[in-house]
Ligand binder design. Structure first.
Ligand SMILES: Nc1ncnc2c1ncn2[C@@H]1O[C@H](COP(=O)(O)OP(=O)(O)OP(=O)(O)O)[C@@H](O)[C@H]1O
Ligand SMILES: [Mg+2]
Length: 212
């Protein structure tokens, strides 16, 4: 499966969720490639930090922040089970290319009423891509939810009857995610059975179902 994490809004968790999803699939035995389609190259930085520290390589990370992404991804996907694309904020050309490459688009959003608005441009790019690819699947993923947050409930209520639908797995606001990203690690490597690690396990399961 080729999954792209996309949202034109910056800082919503595209890179965090892309790396964790790739890591979750890799540790269950799948061959995974992560494509860093963001000129800021944060996923590549994470991967370099890992290799400098001699941490085990779970999956390959390549930088492909160019408009030919869709063609190159199809080629690269042949040698692995899953490809995860970490998308850029803002760059529409790259977003279009990622939308042409993907089987499933995940749109991370944070539990704030403003996020619905910020994703409007993302949704119009998705509609445009579906002219060429009517079967392209897409889901919102609610990231950084606080415990019993009213905002999270309101956001999920406002997204419930939308297209794309909301993925049932929600990701909490957890220090483990920020810490892992900073140190070239994944949440399960900091603590095997932490709430963060369990949420990622559930995310991978739901993403697998959504992509079928
Ligand atoms: N669930 C979470 N809990 C705590 N911190 C998080 C969570 N998700 C993301 N973060 C933190 O929020 C910041 C932004 O996340 P991230 O880099 O994944 O977003 P992004 O969408 O890739 O940003 P950009 O658009 O700049 O590429 C990072 O510091 C990350 O560690
Ligand atoms: Mg990013």
């Amino acid at each position: 499966m080729i999954v792209a994490l996309l949202n034109q809004k910056g800082g919503v968790g595209k890179t965090t969720l892309a790396l964790h999803l790739a890591g979750e699939w890799a540790r269950s035995g799948a061959r995974v490639l992560l494509i860093d389609a963001d000129p800021q190259a944060s996923a590549l930085d994470w991967s370099e930090q890992r290799s400098h520290q001699g941490i085990e390589r779970l999956f390959g990370v390549v930088g492909l922040a160019r408009d030919t992404l869709h063609r190159e991804t199809a080629e690269l996907a042949r040698s692995v089970d899953h490809v995860v694309i970490d998308g850029p904020p803002r760059v529409a050309g790259l977003m279009r290319s990622a939308l042409l490459a993907a089987d499933l688009v995940l749109i991370p959003v944070q539990p704030s009423p403003l996020d619905g608005w910020a994703s409007a441009e993302m949704l119009s790019l998705l509609r445009e891509a579906r002219i060429f690819r009517p079967d392209l699947a897409a889901r919102f993923v609610l990231n950084r939810c606080g415990p019993r947050s009213i905002m999270a409930r309101e956001t999920s209520a406002s997204l419930a009857d939308q297209d794309p639908p909301l993925l049932p797995a929600m990701i909490g606001q957890r220090v483990a995610f920020a810490e892992a990203m900073q140190h070239g690690r994944l949440a399960f490597e900091l603590e095997q059975d932490s709430p963060a690690a369990r949420e990622i396990g559930a995310l991978a399961t739901h993403v697998g179902e959504a992509g079928q």
